[in-house]
Design a protein around this ligand. Structure first.
Ligand code: ZN
Length: 167
């Protein structure tokens, strides 16, 4: 009887170790806050998009037609995500970029909601939903990172921004 209990304990320990590994792969989860803390920090639309995987209506966000120089950072944790010189006019009504500042700042997840198979992109550090990436972008990457304005915050600069290392 005792042996059986120990076996069950060991099995459940192994299972929970696997579950932890799975979470780690989804992102670094360096910035973790409660729902209440996010609600305090973000406005309603920012909260809905980043924490509930919402989507702002096309042509309604503040950055879809924005052309100022700077770095677009995560509205939740401030991580640099996109440079203004990788932004292009995709005509889709959301700010679009052909690449992130660094591959590590973005984590991709398979998204099968809304009757489609899409690649969701989230902030690696805080797991904020940003938008989706599609394979119909311009050179040099051929990718279109279609991002909600509500997920990002532009830090303006007078000169073209330089890439910064992922911390
Ligand atoms: Zn973030």
């Amino acid at each position: 009887m005792k042996v059986q209990i120990i076996a069950v304990l060991l099995a459940s320990m192994a299972l929970s170790a696997c579950a932890k590994e799975e979470v780690k792969k989804m992102g670094t989860n360096e910035v973790v806050k409660t729902e209440e803390e996010w609600k305090e920090q973000l406005d309603d639309m920012q909260y809905h998009v980043t924490r509930e995987k919402g989507t702002e209506r096309a042509y309604t966000g503040k950055y879809w037609n924005h052309k100022e120089l700077g770095i677009y950072a995560c509205v939740c944790c401030g991580t640099d995500l996109f440079l203004s010189d990788t932004k292009f006019d995709s005509g889709c009504g959301w700010p679009s970029y052909f690449k992130p500042v660094d591959n590590q700042v973005i984590t991709e997840n398979r998204d099968t909601t809304a009757g489609m198979v899409r690649i969701e992109v989230v902030c690696t550090k805080c797991d904020a939903h940003l938008g989706h990436v599609f394979p119909d972008g311009p050179p040099p990457t051929g990718l279109r990172y279609c991002i909600n304005s509500a997920s990002i915050d532009l830090r303006k600069s007078s000169e073209p921004p330089k890439e910064t290392a992922f911390e």
